[in-house]
Design a protein around this ligand. Structure first.
Ligand SMILES: [Zn+2]
Length: 232
């Protein structure tokens, strides 16, 4: 199929890293603004080649490229811009629903709070959505090898209903099992950010009022009451 024809087909993106997929030109501009001089190159083509990890086959090598992207995303304005551009770029690729994920704790090196990082990402995505009609969901990631997953979950749950639709464990997998993060996973589940794969329909339904969304228990309770009412 031709690339142009594929671009026009409506698509859903369910796994994309907001903090790992910047426009190259944006990365260079943000690095200059932040005084970050460790980019592999300040030439757009060379930087793109250096950042492309699609063929590396190594999760660790792939994750190392995030050092540079998160280094230039340490302000609310930078995060907002990156999120906005990600939304616009997805729309241009024919995406109608995009789920983007990022680790807010990686963006706190210059003093931002996790909440401020989440709010900036939501702001950018909402702006893109308003302009393009893109539907989006934001997934908040805690980093497996760090020790703040519970705090990340607390921050994520605060934005349920405002665009945050999921909680995720990211980072190195070998040696860093999800069991290390059970309190965070429980908190996310209790906050209606069930950390498992969900259908798009589930995610859209999440926007409805939260009451009664616990599947089996809630609906069975309602049915029982209705039957009882009829019996009287
Ligand atoms: Zn991923």
């Amino acid at each position: 199929m031709e690339v142009e024809a594929a671009r026009e087909l409506p698509k859903a993106v369910l796994h994309d890293h907001l903090d790992g997929g910047l426009r190259v030109a944006t990365m260079i501009e943000l690095a200059a603004a932040a005084g970050y001089s460790d980019l592999p190159s300040s030439d757009a083509d060379q930087l793109a080649a250096a950042m492309y990890q699609g063929g590396s086959g190594s999760l660790v090598a792939y994750l190392e490229s995030f050092v540079h992207t998160v280094a230039v995303m340490q302000t609310a304005a930078a995060i907002e811009r990156v999120a906005y551009e990600a939304g616009v770029d997805h729309h241009r690729d024919g995406v109608v629903y995009a789920e983007l994920r990022f680790g807010p704790s990686l963006l706190t090196a210059e003093g931002l709070t996790r909440e401020a990082a989440i709010e900036a990402a939501l702001l950018g995505l909402r702006r893109a959505a308003a302009e393009t009609g893109l539907e989006f969901g934001l997934l908040v990631s805690a980093i497996r090898q760090d020790h703040d997953s519970d705090e990340v979950a607390v921050a994520a749950v605060r934005y349920v209903g405002e665009g945050v639709v999921g909680f995720d464990l990211a980072g190195r997998e070998i040696g860093f099992p999800p069991d290390d993060h059970l309190p965070a996973l429980r908190r996310a589940r209790e906050g209606h950010l069930t950390p498992r794969r969900r259908s798009r329909r589930d995610r859209l339904d999440r926007r409805r009022p939260r009451q009664g969304r616990r599947p089996a228990v809630g609906s069975r309770g309602a049915d029982t009451r209705r039957l009882r009412d009829q019996g009287r």
